[in-house]
Ligand binder design. Structure first.
Ligand code: NAD
Length: 700
């Protein structure tokens, strides 16, 4: 348990300093709000104070509100009451910001009369990331500080703004060259001498240069841009209120909107993911203080699709990388592709040109595994073939220094069998990156039977260092994500045979919120990739002649998806179009298999694709492949484009009610038959449903 938060007030030379001390991040809990308010009253009553400063102890200013309190009605005093009291002070009060002042933290700072920040500080209103809008004056004060346009952009993006940009925009007034507190005290004294108390609420919002229909335009743009996310849409109305209405009226609208969004399903789902993404790093038998191995240099085997992306991830995070290929030509192609990706980033202004050179200077290529002798971490991304991988790992065992971590990017092969090709299976682990590996945030970290705890701890740490969300998975075919994806894709293709079109299936699922529909995803990933995966696993596949038969047919026709310009769709100038040939193929296959075609509703598509996934997830949990239900939600939201506003497949399932999930599976089984057990709920799902529980109850 944290100690009770302390808010202290000290007065020196006529300047009162309020210090909030609520480790680790000075979250604005109820006690913090009450403490600041008490300090403000003391300043008002004391009479000996000429100026004041609000600051925080430890590593950061108030980093934000205490999100756990959002599930309950906020206890008095509300943050805006505290803000109003700060703002109304008769003496100038200055916020001294170090670390981050986000959300409620920045709202407190905006209520002060002047803001001084450390050069490295960050400020912002990221509430939309949790499905919320700033609820303590943020939507009314930010436009008054920086103008309507910039404020709306920042509130909608929920972006953290670094001090130099914040100064330019007017979010802060001064960057401290030396000590922030001393600079803030000096500023407070100066304002006192000048008798200058600039209250944010009293300012007029700048609309300079904006067209008359600015808000109408913004409203229309938001409808398109923020599908499924009502909070950034509502921000338009609230910033408009800041422009057109007195502070108190705008504030009343904000309070109402804030209450509404806190209670919304979207915000609850996003808050669930916020905690899930933090919980994911907790591994019960690998305590936080487990020592990690020093990783200073990285080797990558294979410069294909994945090797390139993996190398880039490490280069971007500052590691030196050696990439090993079998042939000079393949190596050159890989290195050139990395160069091109960095050049594109420079072209788009995402990367300064000198940083491209600096990153490339840390990259070396080789044609011999002995080049990896000094590497601390080696990630193998060669062909998905057990013989090749075992041979490579046996060689690595001979070449690599003791203590080096040997990782495989295999997506389907048995990691334990790969590890057994070495004399050091404790040092072997799976690192399942997602394509494109330099972009996708998910990294499944696959723990083999013998993987050492410090190797697990090291990879979880490495994931963070390269900006990924590491999720621990046990060894099984497809790990967490792809194992669930299998049922999803199977049903999507079966629905085509029953009468849906690729366009309809994809649209039903993108309307549900998926980033892409399954047919488009298969075309993007390559129909050869999914075909070869099935080939490698035929022995364990259901004896179902319709099973992914369309994927197989397209593969045999050489229609491999986007890479060949034809797959489920026809690609012209990068745009997917319906292909009549595919519709003919689907009809022919349906008739060959004796499947009657019928009209299919979008509801059926969503249900048929999602329920098998949920049941498989229950089985994954039961087998201990995933540590917890929320980890599965993280996998799907960070790696598979599952809509974040639905919280992940298991949060969504809990929302449906597991008894309903089981009932719906039984209804589908009754209608379609269940010869392959597709619609038999996993035992854990059945048990939870019978007990009236959800996946969320497993954590309790
Ligand atoms: P790829 O065919 O694009 O690249 C593999 C590369 O490895 C080739 O350039 C090949 O020349 C090289 N290679 C083969 N044997 C080698 C050896 N002995 N030494 C050095 N280099 C060697 O394949 P990919 O799509 O990058 O997949 C690589 C691995 O990543 C596979 O295990 C695959 O299952 C896995 N994976 C792929 C994806 C994906 O979306 N493509 C996603 C996750 C995991």
């Amino acid at each position: 348990m944290n100690e009770a938060p302390r808010v202290t007030l000290t007065v020196k030379d006529g300047v009162a300093v309020i210090v909030v001390d609520n480790p680790p991040v000075n979250a604005i809990s109820h006690a913090v709000r009450a403490g600041i308010l008490a300090a403000v009253s003391e300043i008002e009553d004391g009479g000996k104070v000429e100026a004041a400063v609000l600051t925080a102890a430890g590593r950061t200013f108030m980093s934000g509100s205490d999100i756990r309190e959002f599930d309950f009605p906020q206890k008095e005093p509300h943050l805006e009451l505290v803000n109003a009291a700060l703002e109304a002070l008769a003496v100038p009060i200055v916020a001294a910001i170090h670390g981050t002042a986000l959300g409620g933290g920045f709202e407190l700072a905006m209520a002060c009369h002047y803001r001084v920040a450390d050069a490295k500080a960050k400020v912002g209103l990221p509430e939309v990331n949790l499905g919320l809008i700033p609820g303590a004056g943020g939507t009314q004060r930010l436009p008054r500080l920086i103008g309507a346009k910039a404020a709306l952009e920042l509130i909608q993006a929920g972006r953290h703004v670094a001090a130099p940009e914040a100064l330019k925009l007017g979010m802060i007034d001064e960057i401290a060259m030396g000590d922030v507190l001393a600079t803030a005290i000096a500023a407070a004294k100066r304002l006192a001498v000048e008798k200058n108390i600039p209250r944010t609420r009293a300012r007029v919002v700048s609309t300079a240069g904006l067209p008359a229909d600015f808000f109408a335009e913004q409203r229309a743009a938001a409808q398109k841009k923020f599908r499924g996310f009502p909070a950034p849409m509502a921000a338009v109305d609230l910033v408009e209120a800041a422009v057109k209405q007195p502070f108190a009226e705008g504030r009343a609208l904000e309070a109402e909107a804030s209450r509404h969004f806190k209670a919304s399903a979207e915000s609850k789902a996003l808050r669930h993911l916020f905690f899930a993404e933090r919980e994911v790093a907790r591994i019960p038998d690998v305590p936080k203080d487990t020592p990690v191995r020093a990783i200073q240099s990285v080797g990558v085997i294979g410069a294909g699709t994945m090797g390139r992306g993996i190398a880039l991830s490490f280069l971007n995070a500052g590691f030196p990388v050696i990439i090993v290929e079998t042939k000079q030509e393949a190596l050159d192609r890989g290195l050139a592709a990395i160069d091109q990706t960095l050049a594109r980033d420079v072209g788009k202004g995402r990367l300064p040109a000198d940083q491209k050179a600096e990153r490339l200077a840390r990259l070396n290529g080789a044609l011999d595994l002995t080049a990896l002798a000094g590497a601390d971490l080696i990630i193998e991304a060669a062909f998905e073939n057990m013989v090749i991988k075992r041979r490579l790992f046996a060689q690595l065992d001979k070449v690599c220094k003791p203590g080096a971590i040997l990782a495989s990017n295999t997506s389907t092969l048995d990691l334990n069998h790969i590890a057994a090709a070495t004399s050091r299976p404790a040092d072997v682990i799976g690192t399942h990156f997602f394509s494109p590996a330099n972009i996708m945030r998910l990294l499944e970290i696959v723990r083999g039977r013998e993987t050492a705890k410090d190797v697990v701890a090291t990879l979880m740490d490495v994931a963070k260092r390269i900006g990924k969300v590491g999720v621990l998975s046990g060894v099984c075919f497809g790990f967490i994500g792809n194992r669930m994806f299998e049922g999803y894709v199977r049903e999507s293709q079966r629905l085509l045979l029953e009468g849906a079109t690729p366009g309809q299936v994809d649209k039903a699922l993108t309307d549900f919120g998926m980033a892409m529909g399954p047919c488009a995803v298969c075309d993007l990933a390559g129909l050869d990739v999914s075909y070869l995966t099935r080939e490698g696993n035929r022995a364990h596949m259901p004896n179902d002649p319709s099973y992914c038969v369309l994927g197989d047919k397209l593969y045999h026709l050489g229609r491999l998806g986007q890479k060949t310009g034809t797959g489920f769709y026809l690609y012209e100038n990068g745009k997917a179009k319906t292909d009549p040939d595919v519709e003919t193929l689907i009809r022919a296959e349906a008739s060959r298999l004796g499947i009657e075609q019928r009209a299919i509703t979008d509801e059926e598509i969503v249900e048929r694709c999602l329920l098998p996934m949920i049941s498989e997830a229950a089985q994954i949990l039961d087998e201990g492949i995933a540590l917890r239900a929320s980890d599965i939600d993280v996998v799907w939201c960070t790696g598979y484009g599952f809509p974040r506003f639905r919280g992940g497949p298991l949060w969504y399932a809990d929302g449906l009610g597991l008894a309903n999930v089981v009932t719906r599976m039984a209804a589908i089984a009754a209608r379609l038959g269940n010869p392959h057990g597709y619609w038999t709920p996993a035992p854990l799902l059945k048990r939870l449903a019978a007990e009236g529980k959800g996946f969320g109850d497993l954590a309790k």
